[in-house]
Design a protein around this ligand. Structure first.
Ligand code: MG
Ligand code: ZN
Length: 230
């Protein structure tokens, strides 16, 4: 009996803790959304269009971004590079001549609006410019954090499963554009691109999908066209 009451008591404690946890989460998102609005105003004032690039690790995001920057040469460009550790990707970006600010999130698995807000003043934001924010490789929580970007682009590669959109629906549900990367590898894989695309459409009906290869350049005219129209 004594044991039972202890268990009961601890359950009450769990419920109170859970309520507190939800309140803290609500506060985190409310604070983030307010800071994201500040970023959005700063970007609009500068005349810079911002794209938040999200994917799982290993989707080829950085390679895709490097090629994109090279092809957009001549246009004002800037990059915010999010990684848990290292500045290896930022170095690859800077090798193209484009200014990149590295944000190391440490144990954090996503970028938030305050991190981006601190990076913005360090970048050349120009009228008619494009800012790419490469998020931390993670298909879960980056979906919940508004950074003040104009568009969210989700990259998924054909070396992942066709079921990725069904496993991570929150991410695909916020996508303004989905890039199916490494399309050059399809002949070597047992991968059903049409199935992947059908799964994307199930989660985000009507979203634009572009098949691309950062290696061969396939699909880049369409991807660059999408960016240029912004
Ligand atoms: Mg990267
Ligand atoms: Zn996270």
């Amino acid at each position: 009996m004594a044991d039972g009451s202890v268990v009961k008591h601890s359950h009450h404690g769990d419920a109170a803790r859970e309520t507190r946890r939800l309140k803290v989460e609500e506060d985190i998102f409310a604070r983030n959304d307010a800071l994201a609005d500040v970023n959005r105003r700063m970007l609009a004032h500068a005349g810079t269009f911002a794209v938040n690039l999200m994917s799982s690790p290993g989707s080829g995001k950085t390679t895709l971004l490097v090629r994109t920057l090279k092809e957009l040469k001549g246009r004002p460009l800037a990059v915010i590079e999010g990684d848990q550790q290292t500045d290896l990707d930022a170095k690859r970006i800077e090798a193209t001549g484009v200014k990149a600010v590295q944000i190391n999130t440490g144990k954090g698995c996503h970028l938030d609006a305050s991190m981006v807000g601190r990076a913005l003043p360090k970048l050349p934001l120009e009228q008619g410019g494009l800012l790419f924010i490469e998020n931390v490789g993670n298909l879960v929580c980056p979906a919940s954090f508004d950074l003040g970007e104009n568009k969210k682009v989700v990259v998924v590669s054909v070396t992942e499963g066709e079921d990725k959109p069904l496993k991570y629906p929150d991410m695909f549900a916020v996508a303004d554009l989905v890039l199916v990367n490494k399309i050059d590898l399809v002949p070597h894989l047992e991968f059903d691109v049409a199935q992947l695309e059908a799964n994307v459409q199930r989660v985000r009906p009507g979203v634009k999908i572009i098949r691309v290869s950062a290696k061969s350049g396939e699909g880049f005219s369409e991807w660059l066209g999408w960016l240029q129209r912004r």
